[in-house]
Design a protein around this ligand. Structure first.
Ligand code: GLU
Length: 397
């Protein structure tokens, strides 16, 4: 008997990741010989620093080829705790017992969603937000509640807006600064107001800080620098963005011990430990802060140069509006009204790809269809060429 696949109730409403879909499409067009400028991918274009690659090679030679503890090797968890303690402003030092290493911050976010949220729970998502937050919350069978920021506030959401969207079923919120997709950075006061509200209401805060080190003009504050309690705080981070290690797949959570135990148990049934060799590579990144800081500062300076270059391009097109890019490596550009389309972002993304060979992500992926996201994590000349084409497509110049 032939079986016709009917998606289970678990994934009946699941949509493929739009960010990864754009990246795959750009790769396919390039492979077909088209000269595509790919501003879709949210991925540093640098090589992983040499000392990290060398540490990984040495680890393989030394036999790091077997299972590790599900929650990760102890020296890495200790190095992550030590790194986080550099930021910590209140409370007892973070210990390795609060750290769970996973196969990427995406998995850590998902572990946290599954373990903290369940059927009927509502989760506030300051929006626009990274496409996978909505899906992860729904995969945990909770309800995602987008809360939209104002353009005048760089699309950031205030504590008052979150309070207004809350109900007795609110169980937590996702926090992401610097923000993907907008590049906006929450100030210390903004973070403090949100964290205080969450602590008062007993909400979980899932603080995704994957872009924390990629911030300009005074940097970005971690929730660890601001929170007065860690009882309701789960900080998610990883090596992918700051250390140009996307393919190594190493992320982690810093969470109360009971939550960390639950996430370890969950992960023990899904993926077990993250790749052993990748954990040793991450150990080099976190355990050798001097070399790592030098590499990170070099990359961040380079991102800033490219950001300034593309802002200079856009300054010649004063009608083009975008969120001030204070961190990460994205520009979030308003394309409302583009050729009269209802989904202006999708129409613009299709047009700029077809007519100007530039790949960008439509804002509908982040629940804001009047916008598009373009990444400047590419060489300065390619970024300048790409943003020039974007501006021409948008203004008809
Ligand atoms: N976080 C990156 C992005 O938004 C990587 C792709 C993904 O996993 O979504 O483009």
């Amino acid at each position: 008997m032939s079986l016709i696949f009917q998606p289970s109730a678990n994934i009946a409403r699941l949509k493929e990741s739009a960010t990864l879909a754009v990246a795959a499409k750009a790769r396919a067009l390039k492979a077909a010989g088209l000269d595509i400028i790919d501003l879709g991918a949210g991925e540093p274009d640098f090589d992983t620093p040499a000392f990290i690659r060398e540490a990984a090679t040495a680890a393989i030679t030394a036999g790091a080829t077997r299972y590790t503890a599900t929650e990760g090797i102890l020296p890495l968890r200790e190095a992550i705790a030590a790194d986080a303690n550099r930021l910590l402003a209140h409370g007892p030092p973070i210990t390795a017992a609060e750290v769970v290493v996973s196969s990427g911050s995406k998995q850590s976010l998902y572990n946290a969603c599954v373990c903290c949220f369940g059927p009927g729970d509502e989760v506030l998502i300051p929006s626009p937000a990274w496409t996978s937050y909505y899906e992860m919350v729904e995969l945990a069978r909770a309800v995602s509640v987008p809360v939209f920021g104002e353009e005048a506030n760089d699309l950031k959401v205030t504590a008052a807006q979150l309070a207004a969207a809350a109900t007795p079923r609110t169980k937590g919120l996702m926090l992401n600064s610097p923000s993907n997709p907008t590049g906006a950075v929450y100030t210390q006061d903004e973070l403090s107001a949100i964290l205080t509200l969450a602590a008062e209401r007993g909400w979980w805060v899932l603080a995704d800080e994957i872009y924390l080190r990629i911030a300009y003009e005074g940097g970005a504050r971690s929730a660890l620098e601001v929170a007065t309690t860690r009882d309701n705080l789960i900080v998610i981070n990883g090596v992918a963005k700051a250390y140009a290690m996307t393919g190594w797949r190493i992320g982690w959570t810093i969470a109360p011990v009971a939550v960390s135990r639950a996430m370890t148990a969950f992960q023990s049934h899904t993926t077990s430990n993250a790749a052993a060799v990748s954990q040793h590579a991450a150990l080099a990144a976190l355990g050798r802060p001097q070399e790592a800081d030098e590499a990170v500062h070099h990359m961040v300076r380079e991102f800033q140069r490219r950001r300034d270059a593309v802002m200079a391009v856009l300054s010649a097109y004063p009608t083009v509006r975008y969120v001030h890019p204070a961190g990460a490596f994205y520009l979030y550009i308003n394309v409302a009204g583009f050729r009269g389309a209802a989904d202006a972002g999708a129409a613009f993304a299709a047009a700029v790809l077809e007519e100007h060979q530039v790949a960008v992500v439509p804002g509908s992926a982040f629940l804001t269809p009047d916008w598009i996201r373009a990444s400047y994590a590419t060489s300065e000349s390619v970024a300048v060429a790409g943003f020039t084409r974007i501006a021409r497509c948008l203004t008809g110049a």
